[in-house]
Design a protein around this ligand. Sequence first.
Ligand code: ATP
Ligand code: MG
Length: 379
Amino acid sequence: MAAATLKIAVIPGDGIGTEVMPYGVRCLQAAAQAFGLALHFETFDFASCVFYQEHGEMLPLDWKDTLLKFDAIYFGAVGMPALVPDHVSLWGGLLKFRREFDQYINLRPCRLMPGVRCPLAGRQPGDIDFWVVRENTEGEYSSIGGKIFEGTDRETVIQETVMTRTGVDRVLRYAFELAQRRPRKHLTSATKSNGISITMPYWDERVREMASNYPDVAVDKYHIDILTAHFVQKPDVHVIFDVVVGSNLFGDILSDLGPACTGTIGIAPSGNINPDKKFPSLFEPVHGSAPDIAGKGIANPVGMIVSNSVISFEEDKSVWAGQMMLQHFGFHDAAGAMLQAIERVLARGEAEVLTADMGGKGTTKALGEAIESEILSFK
Ligand code: ATP
Ligand code: MG
């Protein structure tokens, strides 16, 4: 049977997003060559501040119909804070994708890679290996609220947290299923039910009920304050973390802190997933547009490249199995090879190849091309 073609919408965005994206695409193309996959790429300029400056909007009117024709969205980064306020560029583009395409899972692996200096003393590759699962569509990130008595000394602002049973249950179910498939079968729930007295006890209650469906998964709950302390003090595999699930806000914080504990934000990938496959999922690096280093050609491209391998997890979990699409592509092998290629290049530790955030003096080009040729060696 002829292999179906995986259609990927490429959105480089702003800043270093446009610098790392070419290497993300080239590495995917290399994997496609090495493993005989059929990939089709189409690049779009919207959801960027450059587009906003020209059109006064982050997205064209028909963006949804345009992107619905794709299987996945490959996204660089957005933001040019000197020209467009961050809340405008974020809410006008990327966050619309997340909400309109119901990408209710934000998945971020935290893994210590060989050759990367860990900011926590004494850790070796393999010591840190866990996933943060963040609720991505509701919770604390609602725009319900307002300001009253403005300009007086009674000025008051209110912003509501929204948790629905459907919204909470679906992220918990996803996290439990992920934990169940991992060898350690452990789930940590982030909460703050001592201080936030309505929504967080509800979250805990849903965790308790969901846990009864997964008797083989061990469950811990931690308040977010001590949980962040544990991330820094003892994130090691043999101590606690395996799958960590949190609300939109707590998950956001943990999913930046987690990768930071594994060396540099520059290597961390992120998947915004619609597990129901009704809409395309979006894969991106965790980092933003990094205006401070944009234009210098020194951004680390690994987060962009490795975000492809998040797709392989999806295949594992048969999330895409409806069309058996990735089986046609043999994506699992290709994604595994990509990760191995990255690890080999990083482990060599060549200063000319590693970027500055990893202690080297290499360029985006040097590191991107080294990984690309390593992937091609699988051919
Ligand atoms: P956002 O709000 O979009 O997440 P941000 O302002 O929080 O963006 P980043 O743009 O990710 O943060 O940048 C944070 C810091 O990390 C900056 O100093 C930036 O230079 C550095 N950084 C981010 N990504 C990379 C990368 N790929 N390579 C090297 N350094 C990076
Ligand atoms: Mg950030």
